[in-house]
Design a protein around this ligand. Sequence first.
Ligand SMILES: Cc1cc2nc3c(=O)[nH]c(=O)nc-3n(C[C@H](O)[C@H](O)[C@H](O)COP(=O)(O)OP(=O)(O)OC[C@H]3O[C@@H](n4cnc5c(N)ncnc54)[C@H](O)[C@@H]3O)c2cc1C
Length: 402
Amino acid sequence: MIIAIIGGGASGMAAALAASENRNAKIILLEKQARVGKKLQATGNGRCNLTNLHALEYGYHGDSPEFCRYALEHFDPQETLKWFESLGLFTVSEPSGRVYPYSDQANSVLDILRFALMKENIELKTDWEVIRAKKRNGGFILENGKEQIQCDKLIIACGGLAGTKLGGSLSGYKLLQSFGHTCSKLRPSLVQIKADWKGIKALKGIRANCRAAIFCNNQKFASSEGEIQFTEYGLSGPVIFEISRDACSRAGKWVAEIDLLPQTDENALIQELNRRKSTALTTDDLLTGILHNRLGRVLTKMAEIPFGIAVQQVEEQKIKKLCKLVKSFQIPLKEPLGMDHAQVTAGGIHTKDFLESTMESRLVKGLYACGEVLDIDGDCGGFNLQWAWCSGRLAGHSAAEL
Ligand SMILES: Cc1cc2nc3c(=O)[nH]c(=O)nc-3n(C[C@H](O)[C@H](O)[C@H](O)COP(=O)(O)OP(=O)(O)OC[C@H]3O[C@@H](n4cnc5c(N)ncnc54)[C@H](O)[C@@H]3O)c2cc1C
């Protein structure tokens, strides 16, 4: 039996290794780039957040997020860790549940997978872009414009459109569509959001802990708590990635509301600033010791409090205005950055046409799909790679009849 896998990314490599456990199967892994796992190398800021111990169905989105339950239960995060351990990778888990290679290098994860792929029954073909795939004689025929490959079973693991510079493309969607599958609307997710406010430049480079929410015409869409990073043109950081999925998804007035002191009540903050009236502090340092100095000054200016005067001269009204800004700093939003900058694609090939227990197409026998090409996207923190590993392994085992 010949099993061809299109895409040498996270899910494709996992599928190849799983399928190769059937020694009578010959696996052909096809990758359009010069090397496998280019995107994997860039994950987690070069550290590769390879799974999350809390990755269960609730952290996933799509038309039918429950589709991922079976794969996640069969190859859960603990199973992923055991699998990597069996391949020789040492890992470390953070209290948040995020897991990284002990070396802190994404390269280690990729190298371990590349070594594992050096197996007698796995043939790796790089620089091999599948441009067409057709059903032929009960199997499939794949073309790259120069050569053809025949196989009995086919796994499509081409990933999504996100991270275009790292190999993200429409290829997988198109190949699956050519077999009659349909695709939902594609949107960038886990991505920075552009602000529609010139003042943002003054905050460039600042990081803060916060609770952030996004609103469209005053209706709340999503909220999360964690680190925010202000950039030259907008908002970034894990907390923003978490809520970026829905940002600006329809016409309306979109605003981010940021609570820069989620653990402190507004009245307690007012009390503290009033206490500062009895000190020698000037308004330059009104929020010193509470927020990042530059952020504190920007907010002080926004509250129309002049710099360089004694805190005791500040009217109560202005103190309250400043505290309101700290607790609900509102920043008008433009749109998320594009697919180039996104970590994952929201939307994809409809999962209703696949069997969740095997990842096989309900439309074409012997055809499988896994990873980001399907309409499943996960939260920030290792959820997307966990989906790639578990769906890839399930597809590989099923195709190899294991
Ligand atoms: C910058 C960045 C950081 C990220 N960090 C994390 C993180 O820390 N943790 C986490 O969980 N997730 C992270 N992600 C998301 C995660 O990397 C992806 O969800 C995951 O790689 C998807 O796996 P996949 O196998 O479906 O697709 P991919 O890993 O994208 O692999 C698809 C492969 O298919 C190849 N291909 C496509 N079309 C063809 C074709 N026609 N013929 C041959 N080959 C083809 C591509 O070149 C590519 O190598 C990050 C993503 C990005 C962009």
